[in-house]
Ligand binder design. Structure first.
Ligand SMILES: [Mn+2]
Length: 351
């Protein structure tokens, strides 16, 4: 990381900006917010450069809650002042993620430093004259390393925010690197509170969502195809939360039909194992089959998809389960025929 701090110093000494903009992607998440604040601290300590933080279109909903729960008052603007001499772009590999600020960043030409952690890279990363970039689980990890290298202290509230940024981007450490664990350890030694960071990111579910999840479970129909458990149910609202809850209860794929007065909203979730075992993608394979039968429109990804249509929820649910049953069984039996095994169970427990 020695070269990383050298890149920052070189950027500052070559550009000598009167006023520097620290810019994140649109609606910055906790990782981007923490990284921007750490970057401001670093730049002011190593060069006394004046800087302004720009959060395009304002911090994300969870970032706002996090800042208020940690009682952190962070000065930022939504639009750049017109005296900006250079910019540090944080947690943003591509110019499209800057929305209306892309123009400003492009107009600054080589007077831009990019600090980013996305493995995929992007036009900003590849074109930047000055950059601190490496694949890492959170941008905050890279900033903590820069501050450590520059021997700059992070106070306790900012250390807690930084821990939250790392917890957020790693989806609670479902991904980790030795560097990210080391950064969190260092932040805790500087007074950061891991438990407060974790609880500040938690969103308690509303009463109506909790009731919807419980009703979804109490009305569930279960179809077993080989080792795959398909769960289907209907609720009036909170379909997506109900579908996630059914996966949590053990379903491999969950279908939740919701909506009122003949308007259907269908939300589906599948586990990674389901996609790996069947080769089926909810968005690519299942949604088109369902909209063919039920009409309407939708889309999604491998493990998460949805669509809207019209009709009766319970009739729609049984048609959907039939389609999924036949798709899943054809995939599974195609695979297991070679192994000479044929196990099929249909245990529909419905209320
Ligand atoms: Mn990030």
């Amino acid at each position: 990381m020695k070269e990383a701090l050298a890149a920052v110093e070189e950027f500052l000494s070559h550009t000598r900006p009167g006023l520097l903009a620290i810019i994140t992607h649109v609606n910055p998440d906790p990782d981007a917010v923490a990284s921007a604040i750490l970057a401001k601290l670093l730049l002011e300590k190593i060069s006394r450069t004046r800087s302004v933080i720009i959060f395009p279109e304002g911090p994300s909903k969870i970032s706002k809650k996090l800042l208020s729960r940690l009682s952190l008052n962070v000065p930022f603007t939504l639009e750049p002042p017109n005296t900006i001499g250079a910019a540090v772009v944080i947690d943003t590999p591509s110019s499209t993620q800057l929305s209306s600020l892309a123009e400003l960043v492009v107009s600054l030409g080589s007077r831009v430093l990019v600090i980013d952690h996305h493995a995929s890279g992007g036009d900003l990363v590849s074109k930047a004259r000055y950059r601190v970039w490496r694949p890492e689980v959170a941008c905050t990890v890279i900033l903590v390393e820069l501050l450590t290298q520059a021997k700059v202290k992070i106070d306790a509230p900012l250390a807690t925010l930084s821990i939250a940024g790392i917890i957020y981007d790693t989806a609670r450490f479902q991904r980790a690197t030795p560097q990210s664990l080391r950064a969190v350890a260092r932040l805790m030694e500087m007074g950061g509170a891991y438990d407060i960071a974790l609880s500040s990111l938690q969103e308690p579910a509303s009463m109506s969502e909790r009731i919807a999840r419980l009703k979804a479970a109490s009305r569930v129909s279960i179809v077993q195809v080989g080792n795959i458990i398909v769960a289907g149910t209907y609720v009036a609202s909170h379909e997506a939360a109900a579908a996630r809850a059914l996966l949590g209860l053990g379903a491999d794929i969950a279908v939740v039909v919701g909506g009122k007065r003949g308007e259907l909203r269908v939300s589906m979730r599948a586990s990674r194992d389901f996609v790996a075992l069947t080769g089926l993608s909810l968005g690519r394979d299942i949604v088109p089959l369902l909209t063919d039968i039920l009409g309407g429109e939708g889309g999604g990804h491998d493990t998460s998809a949805g669509f809207n249509a019209k009709g009766d929820p319970q009739q729609a649910l049984s048609s959907i389960l039939r389609v999924i049953y036949s798709e899943v069984s054809s995939r599974i039996f195609r695979a297991s025929k070679d192994r000479g095994k044929r196990h099929l169970h249909w245990t529909s427990k419905s209320k």
